[in-house]
Design a binder for this molecule. Structure first.
Ligand code: GYE
Length: 325
């Protein structure tokens, strides 16, 4: 008897539970683990587009909710975006500063609001301390060194006695422009064969790469031995200009590029580019992991450089796999 009553009681409880369950209001959707504001520079290159895509993909993998804003190559748009992120009280701000100077005020505002800032890809210059937590980006100085080391090997292989270089640089005052140039110049400085005829600002844009190359060809004609371009887009803009001038890129002029996007690698395989130093845009995974650590109050590495390599006519280029950007 007792046992039957107990059974009935359990059944009643179960039924009540089930009914209660049905009557429950819909559960709130789970909160994302973290809300991140990202100020991206723009869409100037395959590198940049690949970087944006990678950040979005990795955010989905790590269940991070993104507010992603494209600044269309304008510093003031980046500053406005960071201010919106602060007003929105995001957990973490990540941004890729178009140039190195001019961020002190807005970053102080983020600091005062208690929001950690992660630098992605490029660095800032400031007198103030602790405005940002860390930098996740390539070692641009090393990229410049690798480009110059390739050139020295190439000059040796061809037995060149004099090497006239033209340089098309990335955006003035940006970290990759400054450091790629410094690494390249420091490395060729010890080689008396090397002369930089001229360096012009191509702003990392394909159209500017073409303009710069036209101008350089007008001035120096076929005395140019090498074109060192700070990114693939400018290189791809410059190549047709060299051909229009009746010269063959890859043999009449040694072409050195940086990034390693698919299009440039295809042209390297065709022999019109001699060397491409890799700069990977795949920084999303390290970014998400760092942001989650910051939210959890854990220590983070202050500098994360991805591994990079050199692709060139010194290797069997048919072994280079798909690049993904
Ligand atoms: O090389 C270029 C892009 O900051 C590393 O910016 C990045 C550079 C990259 O537009 O293609």
């Amino acid at each position: 008897m007792k046992i039957r009553r107990l059974g009935q009681a359990v059944l009643t409880l179960l039924l009540a539970g089930a009914l209660w369950g049905c009557a429950l209001p819909e559960q709130e959707p789970e909160q994302p683990r973290l809300l991140m504001g990202v100020s991206q520079i723009g869409s100037e290159s395959a590198w940049r587009i690949g970087n944006t895509r990678d950040i979005e993909e990795q955010a989905a993998v790590y269940d991070v909710s993104l507010m992603m804003e494209n600044a269309n190559q304008k510093q003031e748009n980046q500053i406005a975006a960071i201010r919106r992120f602060i007003a929105y009280k995001v957990d973490v701000i990540a941004f890729s500063p178009i140039v190195e100077e001019g961020w002190d005020n807005v970053l102080q505002e983020a600091k005062d609001a208690g929001i950690p800032v992660i630098l992605v890809d490029r660095d800032i210059r400031t007198e103030k301390k602790d405005l940002t937590t860390c930098l996740i980006g390539a070692d641009f100085y090393r990229e410049g060194v690798m480009a110059a080391e390739y050139l020295i090997r190439k000059a040796d292989a061809l037995g060149l006695e004099q090497v006239n270089i033209v340089e098309i640089t990335g955006t003035e005052n940006s970290t990759p422009m400054r450091q790629r140039q410094a690494g390249f110049y420091d490395t060729i400085a010890g080689d008396p064969r090397m002369t930089v005829l001229e360096s012009i600002d191509g702003d990392f844009l394909k159209s500017r790469g073409a303009e710069c190359m036209r101008q350089l060809l007008d001035t120096y004609g076929d005395s140019i031995d090498v074109a060192f371009s700070h990114n693939d887009e400018m290189t791809l803009g410059a190549l047709p200009e060299i051909e229009k001038a009746g010269l063959v890129p890859g043999s009449d002029i040694i072409i050195i590029s940086i990034d390693g996007g698919q299009e440039a690698i295809d042209v390297l395989k065709e022999g019109k580019i001699n060397c491409v130093v890799e700069c990977t845009p795949k920084l999303g995974k390290a970014l998400m992991e760092t942001a989650l650590k910051l939210k959890a109050g854990e220590e983070v590495e202050t500098l994360i450089h991805p591994e990079e390599q050199v692709f060139s006519d010194e290797m069997d280029t048919s072994t280079i796999g798909p690049r993904g950007y």
